[in-house]
Design a protein around this ligand. Structure first.
Ligand code: 6GU
Length: 237
């Protein structure tokens, strides 16, 4: 999979993709992640990427020209009807579909090229949305200063689902949410720590019992912490 990030703050991404699973996926060539400065695609002499909103109001709006130029340079077209299959152009903005595990899965399973436009300021010129963007995505109901941190969240959630990214010793199947419920509690050594002991069932080597206990604990935790997940409509897709 190739992931291209368009941002006016490329330095923001510094080392974030250089750790753990994402780093390993990059080294294994499971994913390639490129960060592009939108300003590089501005052609006017001041390299302007934003301007005041028509109609008045606070803040600045990201201009369409450099974003169109960037998409044309990356995809060879600026019409989403002509994108190759498996290519999606995401606009990260607080006003849309929330990123949930099924959304991350659909990107991991159905795309091989994702271009992520990081929104900023008061917004992005709507023509970007109309013509270039296939998926508008938010990461949750709170306000961020821009889409950059959301892009990191989204990339992480997708890359760890790519075949081979987690290696053989772990599996995304057991993650919280992958089965629609939370994860069970985990323990490691020491078995006794400051008077707190690990549940006996985990120490007796009976795998069927351990499975059953974990399932019960996961369900209990979900009932207590996230009852909405058990009640069907939790906003997924
Ligand atoms: Cl994707 N962008 C911004 N600016 N704020 C957000 C968000 C995205 N998702 C939640 N809040």
């Amino acid at each position: 999979m190739k992931v291209d990030v368009l941002t006016i703050f490329p330095e923001f991404f510094g080392q974030v993709f250089e750790f753990g699973i994402i780093r390993r996926a990059k080294l294994a060539r499971i994913v390639e992640i490129n960060v592009y400065d939108i300003r590089e695609f501005a052609t006017d002499k001041h390299r302007m990427v934003d301007d005041r909103p028509f109609g008045g109001g606070d803040g600045m709006v990201l201009k369409p020209e450099p974003i169109f130029a960037a998409i044309e340079s990356l995809l060879g077209t600026s019409d989403k009807a002509d994108y190759p299959s498996g290519t999606r152009v995401v606009l990260l903005t607080p006003q849309r579909l929330q990123l949930k595990q099924p959304v991350a899965k659909s990107f991991a399973n159905e795309t091989d090229h994702v271009v992520i436009i990081c929104g900023r300021y008061e917004g992005v010129d709507e023509r970007v949305n109309e013509v270039l963007v296939t998926d508008e995505i938010s990461i949750g109901d709170y306000v961020l200063s821009g889409g950059e941190s959301a892009a990191i969240v989204m990339i992480d959630s997708i890359v760890r689902l790519l075949p081979g990214a987690l290696g053989s010793e772990t599996s995304a199947e057991n993650d919280s949410f992958s089965r629609g419920i939370l994860d069970y509690p985990h323990y490691t050594r020491p078995a006794e720590f400051r008077g707190m002991s690990v549940p006996d069932v985990l120490l007796n080597g009976n795998h069927a019992e351990i499975e059953k206990w974990r399932r019960e604990m996961a369900l209990n935790k979900t009932r207590t912490n996230r009852r909405d997940l058990l009640e069907g409509d939790n906003g997924d897709m």
